[in-house]
Design a protein around this ligand. Structure first.
Ligand SMILES: *[C@@H]1O[C@H](CO)[C@@H](O)[C@H](O)[C@H]1NC(C)=O
Ligand SMILES: *[C@@H]1O[C@H](CO)[C@@H](O)[C@H](O)[C@H]1NC(C)=O
Length: 519
């Protein structure tokens, strides 16, 4: 029979020599060594291996270890073998598989689920028999699991509900690399919540606490989207002849959830004197952020203050003016933001209401520039109104005073400051110097132009006059006042801005009977 080294490496025979009576004369043993021939290839444990690897696996990582065994005589070329990759399908330029002498499979370059979901690698083990060389092979199927190499992006078509945000993501649907996680920044009052619709990946924004219109007619929210799985990307830059290739890879691991910075108070009040010198300290604000240090920036409508980002001290950088349009009801509002250096950065917001205290830095002014007056036979009274930008007690009631030589023609009604035109006033332009003082005696002097004309001839005296005279105790205001008295009725000055004090009640002592232009 044929002998087989793999069955018995040695045959042991025992010979006995017997006498004629069959008793043993002598015994001899014979050992026969069986020489190996290379009749076994190296064999793998299995013909098929099936594994899954993550897409973000970095090149050079160990994927699988193959072991083969050759039953031929140990330590001889007939049982010595090596591994070799015979084929890879698909064969991609950016992914190259390799197996080392210990049977460990790895790759160079990048895996990309979107390019190849699966590789079929055939590995051969081949012995080094010198007469014949035998081999066998096994198949390794490598599935590439989809990783998060595509960031979700918010795509909102015009007309879609603002409460539903659509995100698109090129990673395989329904995995951690695809599922969207939305976060809201800027929702200081915690009025909103956003959750992910598991079917569509949409973000659904809901109001969970009523919004307060007084706190702001507009709320600005920043919504960001990320995936549950950390993001990574991999790109082959250079295929070096030996060792691993050069790749550009990015892996973002989320370690800390970033909390927004918080101000110690979301609304703060402070007082500031009008016309305070630049550099006046106003208030101090402090923001606390558990995660990291923060910078501050702020919305300062008139540019009056600066905030020291280190200390939070607010000081003036310009002269505050209570009469500025940016001051509403005496309050100047500055919105402060604390921004941390998280990614994305989060913002905490606080509102600073600065009460600007008033100073008497405005003189009273007449509300109208001119007056038309119709000629009449009797005296006629016209109301004059004035206003002062300063508030109480720096405004009205005002004191009016006629300056210059006007005794014959013009008077002020002492009980209620009405300008009285005497019948002696002739047709044509007149100038009246009027001093208007506020409660503190701060005054302006105005040269008012008054035109008297025959109202039966013309309905408007004004078109013919436009003289403007200047004077001013505080060197400030100019005004034109044209006065016109008419036949049987008084004409009252029209008050354009009723915020001022009405000084005079108009009245007609003796209604005129004609409206002739005096000679
Ligand atoms: C290996 O096998 C060959 C035949 O295939 C044989 O001639 C040779 O002697 C063997 N070598 C050893 C070291 O056993
Ligand atoms: C003029 O002033 C008097 C007194 O304040 C007031 O009673 C009257 O209604 C005023 N007339 C007009 C037309 O405003």
């Amino acid at each position: 029979r044929a002998v087989d080294y793999e069955e018995n490496t040695m045959l042991k025979l025992k010979f006995e020599a017997r006498k004629t009576d069959l008793s043993i004369e002598t015994t001899i043993g014979v050992e026969i060594s069986i020489l190996d021939i290379n009749d076994n290839p190296p064999r793998f444990q299995r013909n098929l291996f099936d594994i899954s690897v993550d897409e973000e696996t970095t090149q050079g990582s160990h994927l699988l270890n193959l072991v083969a065994y050759d039953r031929d005589q140990r330590g001889t070329p007939n049982s010595t073998f090596h591994y070799e990759i015979k084929s890879v399908a698909p064969n991609l330029p950016d992914t190259k598989f390799a197996i080392d002498e210990s049977g460990s499979i790895s790759f160079k370059g990048c895996l990309d689920h979107e390019v190849a979901e699966m590789f079929t690698v055939v590995v051969e083990a081949k012995d080094h028999g010198d007469v014949v060389s035998l081999s066998s092979s096994t198949t390794v199927v490598i599935h590439v699991e989809d990783g998060n190499n595509h960031l979700p992006t918010i795509k909102d078509e015009i007309g879609s509900s603002p409460l539903r945000l659509h995100a698109s993501d090129q990673d395989a649907p329904n995995g951690r690399a695809w599922r969207a996680k939305y976060t809201i920044q800027g929702d200081t009052g915690e009025h909103f919540k956003i959750k992910t619709d598991p079917d569509t990946n949409d973000g659904i924004l809901t109001v969970i606490k009523p919004l307060d219109f007084e706190a702001g007619a507009q709320v600005e929210l920043t919504i960001s989207v990320e995936n549950e799985a950390p993001y990574f990307s991999c790109k082959v830059r250079e295929k070096t002849p030996s060792g691993l290739w050069k790749v550009d890879s990015v892996v973002i691991e989320v370690e800390d959830t970033n909390d927004p910075p918080l101000f110690s108070a979301t609304v703060k009040e402070a007082a500031l004197e009008e016309n305070a010198p630049v550099g006046t300290w106003v208030e101090k604000v402090t923001a606390v952020d558990a995660d990291s240090s923060q910078a501050r920036d702020f919305v300062d409508p008139a540019g009056w203050v600066t905030v020291d980002p280190q200390t939070g001290d607010i000081t003036t950088s310009d002269t505050p003016d209570r009469e500025s349009p940016h001051v509403v009801n005496g309050v100047y509002t500055v919105v402060l933001h604390a921004v941390d250096d998280g990614k994305p950065p989060l913002t905490g917001t606080a509102t600073m209401n600065i009460y600007v205290t008033d100073q008497n830095d405005n003189v009273p002014q007449p509300t109208v520039d001119y007056v038309d007056v119709c000629l009449s036979d009797g005296p006629t009274t016209i109301n004059i109104t004035a206003f002062d930008l300063d508030a109480n007690p720096f405004g009205g009631p005002f004191t009016f005073e006629l300056l210059g030589d006007v005794d014959r023609n013009w008077k002020l009604n002492p009980s209620y400051a009405g300008l009285v035109k005497e019948p002696s006033v002739s047709a044509g332009p007149h100038t009246i110097d009027l001093k208007i003082s506020d409660m503190q005696g701060v005054f302006g002097v105005y040269s008012l132009s008054v035109t008297a004309c025959d109202c039966s001839v013309t309905s408007n005296c004004r078109s013919r006059t436009a003289t403007k005279a200047v004077s001013g105790a505080m060197g400030i205001v100019f005004a034109l006042l044209l006065l016109l008295l008419c036949k049987e009725e008084s004409i009252f000055l029209e008050t354009r801005d009723s915020s001022g004090e009405t000084l005079l009640v108009s009245n007609i002592e003796t209604p005129g009977t004609d409206c002739q232009v005096a000679a």
